[in-house]
Design a protein around this ligand. Structure first.
Ligand SMILES: Cc1cc2nc3c(=O)[nH]c(=O)nc-3n(C[C@H](O)[C@H](O)[C@H](O)COP(=O)(O)OP(=O)(O)OC[C@H]3O[C@@H](n4cnc5c(N)ncnc54)[C@H](O)[C@@H]3O)c2cc1C
Length: 501
């Protein structure tokens, strides 16, 4: 059996896991990917920490390229990802690297419960087997806690992240506070694709430079997974930009601009990320305009701490240290998800002139657990819509209609923030009553060709004979919960079910 997989991100990793488990042994797999690669890890970078001399050029480069952007960019050792312009401003992440957006992601790994799958042709029970497969390959850190009231199964199989007693105090305070009559708020350990087991080559060393790049690759990336599959399942990788597909064949353009036809293939899995796959499907099916993509609304806010819990040095992890779920009493509203970060040194270093770094270091360390950063994702009526079209055969993305403007939808963010303050503002924690700052994108893109629509009508994501969409483009909704675990599990399921038909 000959199979083509388009993309090398998380969705492609899910497809490959599906092929590994469910395809005949003699499967012949070709991966197609644009395939840009990030540069090497800076020479001589110790696997357990950066020196000042190694950091300086990275910050100089980031500042030169991004100015005083807020928040400061997350990077792979100074290199970042380009963005699609929307309304004339760079806004949506452009995925063109081997490994896709998981080169820079935060590693949040939560499954979708049935509440988030309402309207989908699959249930959490249908996805259970595939979540299990992905969790075994990737690893999910965490522990049983209050979040299990919401996530009855969370697939945790690694020890929890080591974090500060301040974060543990925030967790307990939030759970005691609980929210209000409109929103129940639960807090617990981050479920992350982070290597928390000790003594392994990828084990997290808690040096806290996660925003600058992790020399140990402690956060899982699809690039690592593709490398591993290249030693076992993948017969060949073709570097090129896929333009379109047809039953049995893939058309791609190489770096020199020459178009090629590859095939024949018995199955083609289009897993180029929601934006990349939508472009391929539009060109393949002659859809010039119409697909509407969803992107969660996301806002950030500070959480101040003036209590007596110890900071928890030495070492820290500067991505999400604590997760919270906001569960609305109104069943018409969507769940909200909050990630809490320490005030990472990266933030201060980015905005402070280099000669002051040494003098300020003590202050930053003191501040790490005194000013925490919360980031909340809103979905449902709060989701933003983006319109996709092909103009002169190239993808153009424009703002879609405003999110739902009914009073209930408009009240969602303020009412959630009020419930969060009700839960958190005690025991030395304080979220100020200011309107939180919004972000240009959530990086969670979904739902251009939802199951049950005119294109991907069935739950195997088939869009033509033997051609299956296998990423978030088929999602029926774009829940606020981190989507990538579900992208991978659902891609794995798509392969399994497509092979049965
Ligand atoms: C800063 C940041 C933090 C994030 N944090 C989290 C988090 O904590 N938890 C979470 O769940 N999600 C997070 N995300 C989102 C997460 O990274 C994405 O949901 C996930 O990576 C999507 O995987 P994908 O494979 O579907 O698409 P992508 O990652 O976009 O991969 C698409 C792949 O297809 C290739 N491709 C695209 N077009 C073509 C083409 N025409 N021909 C050939 N190849 C093509 C690309 O090169 C790429 O390899 C984050 C994203 C960012 C940017």
């Amino acid at each position: 059996m000959k199979v083509a997989v388009i993309g090398s991100g998380a969705a492609a990793a899910g497809v490959l896991a599906g092929l590994e488990h469910f395809a005949p042994r003699a499967v012949d797999v070709t991966v197609f990917d644009i395939g840009h690669r990030f540069g090497e890890v800076p020479a001589g970078l110790a696997r357990d920490g950066f020196t000042r001399a190694q950091m300086s050029p990275l910050y100089r480069r980031l500042r030169a390229e991004h100015g005083l952007a807020f928040p400061p960019p997350k990077s792979h050792f100074g290199e970042t990802i380009r963005k699609f312009a929307v309304g004339g401003k760079p806004r949506l992440w452009k995925s063109e690297h081997r490994g896709g957006l998981t080169n820079l992601w935060g590693g949040g790994m939560f499954p979708f419960p049935d509440r988030e799958l309402a309207g989908w042709p699959v249930t959490a029970a249908d996805l259970d087997r595939y979540y299990q497969i992905i969790a075994e390959r990737v690893g999910v850190c965490g522990e049983r806690d209050a979040l299990n009231d919401f996530f009855t199964r969370d697939y945790v199989n690694r020890p929890p992240l080591r974090t500060s007693p301040v974060i543990e105090a925030l967790r307990d305070t939030t759970n005691r506070g609980g929210g209000d009559e409109a929103w129940r708020v639960l807090a617990g350990a981050s479920r992350l694709a982070l290597e928390t087991r000790r003594g392994l080559p990828r084990s997290c060393t808690y040096d806290g430079e996660c925003m600058l790049g992790c020399p140990r690759e402690a956060i899982w990336s699809a690039r690592l997974e593709l490398d591993a599959y290249e030693r076992s399942l993948i017969a060949r990788t073709v570097v090129g930009r896929v333009r379109r597909v047809e039953p049995g064949a893939v058309w791609y353009r190489d770096a020199a601009g020459t178009d090629h036809r590859a095939g024949p293939f018995d199955r083609i899995y289009v897993a180029a990320g929601c934006i990349g796959s939508s472009e391929i499907v539009m060109r393949s099916l002659g859809i010039a305009r119409g697909p509407r993509m969803l992107d969660n609304a996301v806002v950030s806010f500070p959480i101040f701490y003036a209590g007596g819990a110890r900071a928890g040095e030495p070492g820290y992890f500067s991505l999400c240290n604590l997760s919270m779920m906001g569960i609305p009493a109104d069943p018409a509203l969507a769940t909200a998800q909050v990630s809490v970060y320490p005030a990472f040194d990266h933030l201060f270093r980015y905005y402070t002139p280099e000669p002051l770094w040494s003098a300020m270091r003590g202050l930053w360390r003191l501040g790490r657990w005194r000013v925490l950063l919360g980031r909340v994702f809103f979905a449902g009526a709060a989701n933003r819509a983006l319109e996709l079209s092909l103009v002169d055969d190239e993808l153009v993305i424009e703002h879609g209609p405003d999110p739902d403007t009914t009073p209930a939808a408009r009240a969602m963010a303020p009412s959630f923030m009020a419930a969060l303050r009700r839960a958190v503002n005690r025991d030395g924690f304080f979220i100020p009553p200011i309107t939180p700052g919004g972000h240009a994108t959530s990086s969670h893109y979904a739902a251009t060709f939802p199951y049950g629509g005119a294109v991907a009508t069935a739950r195997d994501g088939a869009v033509a004979r033997g051609v299956h969409l296998a990423d978030a483009s088929t999602f029926v909704t774009a829940p606020a919960i981190s989507p990538t675990f579900t992208i991978m599990a659902n891609a794995c399921r798509t392969v399994h079910e497509s092979l049965l038909s």
